[in-house]
Structure formats: C-alpha cells, structure tokens
Design a binder for this molecule. Structure first.
Ligand code: MN
Length: 451
C-alpha cells in the first residue's frame, strides 16, 4: 500500500487536480495549497527549476483519511484503537520501488517548499522518520520538520518525545543516531507516525495493522534503519550527537511562528527514490497538518472519555482550536456531573488540551454554530465551568507560559441539566412533508441558477 495506490483511488473519484501551470517552490505552491486547503489533492506537474512533481493536500479532509483506511466515520476510532493495541510487525522485503534510483545526496535537486513569509527557509514537512535504539531493540517512527541547510544537511526539530529519547541514548554513547527519512508514504503511515503508542511500540506496526498487513519495509543501504518499500523518496541520515544549529522560525499547527531554537543537524549520506518520484508537500498550519496531528489525539480522548460516561457520540479536535488545543465532545449523561468527569478525562488523555466543551448528542460537534448555541442556551458560568490553573499545556499556544508550558485549562459543561425539565432546552423543529421538501428543493435550484 503506497501513496500512489491511494492517489489512484482518489483520482478515480475525481479528487485529484493536476496543475499544469508553472509554480515556484518559494511561496507559490504553498499559497495555492492554502487557498484550496480543504479541496482536492493537488498534483503540481510543472515545478519551476525542478523536474520533480509535487503532490499536496493529500489527507486534507476527514473523508479522505477515512477512505485511506477503508473505514466509515463511525468505524474510525475503533480501527485506530485496535491497531494501537495490536500492532503487527511489517514484512521486510529486499526489493522495492523506492530503490529504483540510488544516488549521492543533492538535496537542492528536491523541490522543498518555502511556505510562509518569515519561515527560516525551505522545510521538509511530510517526512516520516524512523530510528532504533543502540541495541536495535526499540524502533520509533514519528513526523518531524526538517530545515534545508545545504546539499547534504538538514536541521531537525526534536520535541522531547520518543525520537528525542533515542537521540539522547545515542548521544550518551557519543554516537550519531541513524535515521530513515521517508517522504511520500500512504496516509495510514503518516497517521500512525503521528500517534503516540508507548515507547517501545513501533508505529510501523500500527501502520501495518491499519493497512491490514499490507505495509512492507526495506532496510536502508547505508544506515541502520527501516523505511516503507513503496515510499516515493528516502533520505538516509545520521542525527549528529554534537552539532546543533539555529532551527526555526516555522509556522506550526496554530498558524503562528514557532520560536527559533538550537536543534541537531542531520547529515544525509544516501538518497533513494522512484524513477519518477513525487515530492509530498504538507502545508504547516493547514487542515491536513491539523487532521494528521489531531485525529490520533481525538482517538485518545474518545477512548478515555468512553471509560467514564456511558456513551460518547463524537469528539472533535476542532479546526479553530488548531486540531490540538480545543475539543468538543458530545455525550449521553446518565448522572448529573458526568459531563464534568468527561471533561477531566479528556484533559488527562491529551496534555495539550486547553478548552473542552461537553455537549449533548443533539449538538453536531463539527458545527461551531451549534456548539456556540449550546453554550448560549445550556451553560451557566458559575456552575458549569471548570478552571484548572497552572496545568501542563502546549508551548505552541503563544498565550501559554513559553518557558514552563504552563497554561490555564477551562472545561465548559454545555449539556442540559438533568435536574430541570428538558422541554425548555429542546431544539424546536417544524414538521416537514414531502410536498414542503419538494418546494424547497425547487427553490434551492432556482437560487443556484441566480448565483
Ligand atoms: Mn513512539
């Protein structure tokens, strides 16, 4: 299962648009991607100064991510939970499409995008990075941004999580950390790499479970790391245990510039790619970025909240909340207070959450107007608000304490109180008839004709 097989499927549905007009890697491609961020997949066929095509906005809608996994909206959480619980090690193969061309690194030949006005430079933003501990027992696969430095060097942002831990282990032994950097992989691999199973669980196993055993890997040629056999492009590298350079600013999920920090250098020692490889671009702060990062956390919140209330209908790490800081949860209460317990469970499941809104199941969590309506008609600040001061939040939020990451968390219980008659909280409906529906259908068609 590859990015290509997924694109074929999307193409057959008319969800891939080919861009024949020439486009520059400096701002232009990013601008076009941002203007059509929730639209179809974009294939830029004419990239100024490069003979490589760029593919963008691949997994930019929930619908495309669900169809990448062959699941319905309802089946998605369960599929993710099962795959996280039962990872399956992928088969290792010897021969692979990504091995068609092997060459010395010349990163300037890859059409890496410069996205935003004040970004530090061209950034690879769709890379899935795998590494193993010095004993080769633990493997980790995660997504990291990479700043282009020169033809064989990148700077990597290592947030203190699993890859950072492996790098620290190598650093203690005064060795560099071998990494396989894969670009252009199936969305399931991206999603698995963005999820957080415990340290020691390889996200490749999760990806393979999501793909029902159809993920295959190859061992890199020059470094001790494994990469998807059907990737478009692979960079083999070593994260330096000594050399650090300024990295950033780059726009992150919030759509604001993340700070400049000293981060390690990756030396690229070998490059493999398909003969006619596509370079996958991913717009920082765009819907695709927010979905790929946010969906695995949604699953974690769903799972945690399901343990404390009888029924969770839906969870949305909302787009306005950057797919990261805000959650809206619709649930069925059994006992007064259930919604507040649900809110606390959500905070426990995703440490970056800042605001959580709990609503009843008649509210569509994906519709901000309905959520606001629930706050307007079912919420009282003195009874229904939870305030948690000085909790661990996300430094991606510029209003959080940037040194400590401390933040104030709010939980909004916008569910109807069980202690009052529910009549007063009901959404009023007008009964429809087939005739009334026909009239509206005709009128709507005429409205469209006018526009
Ligand atoms: Mn991990």
């Amino acid at each position: 299962m590859s990015l290509r097989s997924f694109l074929e499927k999307m193409d057959s549905r008319g969800e891939v648009l080919r861009v024949k007009r020439r486009v520059s890697t400096r701002f232009e491609a990013a601008w076009v991607m941002s203007r059509l961020a929730k639209g179809p997949v974009l294939l830029f066929e004419n990239v100024e100064g490069f003979d490589v095509r760029i593919i963008g906005n691949v997994a930019a809608t929930r619908g495309r991510i669900y169809s990448a996994l062959d699941v319905s909206e309802e089946g998605f959480y369960q599929r993710m939970i099962e795959s996280l619980r039962n990872p399956q090690p992928p088969k290792i193969v010897k021969d692979a499409p990504v091995m068609e061309v092997e060459e010395k690194p010349r990163l300037s030949k890859i059409p890496i995008l410069t996205h935003y006005e004040k970004d530090a430079g061209p950034y690879i933003t769709s890379a899935v990075i795998s590494a193993r501990d010095p004993e080769g027992k633990v493997e980790n696969v995660s997504v990291h941004r990479l700043l282009l430095l020169d033809d064989s060097h990148l700077a990597i942002r290592l947030v203190p999580r699993h890859l950072y831990k492996l790098w620290r282990m190598a650093k203690e032994k005064r060795t560099d950390l071998d990494v396989g950097i894969s670009i252009g992989v199936h969305p399931a691999v991206m999603l698995a790499a963005a999820s957080s199973p415990p340290f020691g669980v390889s996200e490749y196993g999760v990806a393979n479970a999501l793909l029902k055993g159809e993920l295959t890997l190859i061992r890199c040629e020059k470094v001790d790391a494994y990469v998807p056999a059907e990737a478009e492009l692979v960079l083999e590298g070593r994260i330096s245990h000594r050399e650090e350079v300024p990295e950033g600013p780059l726009v992150d999920m919030t759509g604001t510039y993340d700070a400049e920090r000293l981060q390690p250098v990756v030396e690229i020692v070998n490059v493999m790619h398909r003969e006619d490889y596509m370079y996958q671009a991913l717009l920082p702060g765009g819907p695709e970025h927010r979905l790929l990062m946010g969906l695995p956390r949604e699953v974690a919140v769903y799972e945690a909240v399901s343990k404390v209330v009888p029924k969770v209908k839906a969870v949305n790490l909302s787009e306005g909340g950057c797919g990261w800081l805000h959650a809206v949860i619709s649930l069925e209460k059994q006992t007064e207070g259930d919604a507040k317990n649900a809110i606390m469970a959500a905070f426990g499941a995703h440490s970056s959450l800042k605001h959580v809104v709990a609503v009843d199941t008649d509210i569509d969590v994906y519709n901000p107007l309905e959520v606001e309506w629930a706050l307007a008609t079912r919420f009282q600040g003195d009874r229904d608000l939870i305030v948690i001061r000085n909790a661990r939040g996300s430094t991606l939020d510029p209003s959080a304490d940037q040194e400590s990451g401390l933040t104030t968390k709010l939980g909004f219980d916008a569910t109807k109180p069980l202690t009052k008659p529910s009549k007063g909280f009901e959404k009023a409906e007008i009964p429809s008839t087939p005739n009334a529906e026909l009239i509206v259908e005709e009128l709507e068609k005429r409205v469209k004709d006018i526009h």
